[in-house]
Write a protein that binds this ligand. Structure first.
Ligand code: NDP
Ligand code: GDR
Length: 357
């Protein structure tokens, strides 16, 4: 039975990846941080009493800022595969916590690689590094592919740039199977609530149900290549199953503005919008509401721009070229953007109607 170790198992991707790996027969170990409140909501359904027989899902306390626990856990688990998904993953927050972000997202990656090397596991343990389309930052080329030059635009992206290159360096220096998945934005009903897509789907659900008047957002012009996290964790696994260690872009190849994502989410509940005004004065108002369940008056303002959500340096356009992952990995995503928005809206409506925890 193959053993996988996942850092960031309590996050969006960690939860989907753990479920996927358990379904294909892996023993899955995860590193979770100690917190004053329980932070395992996303993986609670995978949890089994460790006293029971044949349990294949195990959690260990740890933190990417502490090499000693990383070494101890890797020594204990002796994993065949490590998925390094743990990170301070919020771009805007990284401007407020730049040093911590560098410690965890940058040096944290080194801690994993070095632990595997020091423990003599270079021939056994394959390492997946969660790299990101944020590395491309300021547009150098579109669509962005494996060979596109990087130009990071946030402390988060700069930290991830270190993670990217230290992974490449350990691969070349020590002949390790250490690889980067350069994943473009991927979302789901499990997405953190302060990332823009989930903020929108939660906001739309609450507005439709009459519990909230408006949604405040930042840059509506930003363009992202959005896919579904369920599809993207399968790509992570495929990358580690290849004969040769190589880096891959995982993306849909289609880009959409934040404004259009808002439009699509409202459309899911039968509400059409008009956008009026420009820049910080832009607003979305209700043009029509065809769903009798939701009593929204024509002309009411449902979205406003608030400059507090602007970033000191923004990434305006991301669009990935998934040709290599399609041809070499045979990766085929099942969700398009419409299906993603529907999945997220259905889930958030259920949550706010009290039909789902
Ligand atoms: P989330 O923010 O949902 O999850 C991040 C995970 O990292 C959580 O489990 C979190 O723990 C954990 N974590 C945070 N700080 C530490 C630390 N100091 N030590 C150990 N663990 C820590 O992110 P996603 O699941 O969306 O993303 C997974 C990875 O992929 C991240 O590295 C992210 O940067 C990267 N990525 C994500 C993309 C996306 O669109 N989702 C695209 C490209 C890359 P806790 O639950 O306790 O906070
Ligand atoms: P991103 O995701 O920065 O691309 O990083 P996020 O959803 O935070 O922002 C996407 C775009 O939307 C704009 N935006 C807003 N963003 C947030 N969070 N809140 C708002 O109110 C808002 N209004 C507009 C942003 O300015 C931005 O342009 C995500 C993370 O998962 C990273 O960890 C990952 O590496 C990248 O995706 C790929």
């Amino acid at each position: 039975m193959k053993k996988a170790l996942i850092t960031g198992i309590t996050g969006q991707d960690g939860a989907y990846l753990a479920e996927f790996l358990l379904n294909i027969g892996y023993e899955v170990h995860g590193i979770k941080r100690r917190s004053s409140l329980i932070n395992t909501n996303r993986i609670d359904k995978l949890y089994k009493d460790p006293h029971a027989e044949g349990v294949r899902f195990k959690l260990h306390y740890g933190d990417l800022s502490d090499s000693t626990n990383i070494i101890r856990i890797i020594k204990e688990v002796q994993p065949d595969e490590i998925y390094n998904l743990g990170a301070m993953s919020h771009v805007k927050v990284s401007f407020d916590e730049p040093e911590y972000t560098a410690q965890v997202d940058g040096i944290g990656t080194l801690r994993i690689l070095e632990a595997v090397r020091l423990l003599g596991l270079t021939n056994k343990t394959k390492i997946y590094q969660a790299s990101t389309s944020e590395l491309y930052g300021l547009v150098q080329e579109v669509p962005q592919r494996e060979t596109t030059p990087f130009y990071p635009r946030s402390p988060y992206a700069v930290a991830k740039l270190y993670g990217y290159w230290i992974t490449v360096n350990y691969r070349e220096a020590y002949n390790m199977f250490a690889v980067n998945g350069i994943l473009f934005n991927h979302e789901s009903p499990l997405r953190g609530e302060t990332f823009v897509t989930r903020k929108i789907t939660r906001g739309v659900a609450q507005i439709a149900l009459g519990r909230q008047e408006k949604l405040y957002l930042g840059n509506l012009d930003a363009k992202r290549d959005w896919g579904h996290a369920k599809d993207y964790v399968e790509a992570m696994w495929l990358i580690l199953q290849q004969e040769n260690p190589e880096d891959y872009v995982i993306a849909t190849g289609i880009t959409t503005t934040v404004r259009d994502f808002v439009r699509m989410a409202f459309r899911e509940v039968g509400i059409e919008l008009d956008f009026i005004g420009e820049g910080v004065f832009e607003q979305a108002i209700v043009k029509s509401c065809s769903n009798p369940l939701y009593q929204l008056e024509k002309g009411s303002v449902v979205v406003e721009v608030d400059e507090r959500y602007f970033r000191p340096t923004e990434v305006e356009l991301l669009i990935g070229d998934p040709s290599k992952s399609k041809s070499k990995l045979g990766w085929v995503p099942k969700y398009d953007l419409t299906a993603l928005v529907k999945d997220m809206m259905d889930s958030d409506l259920k949550i706010f109607k009290g039909e789902r925890a």
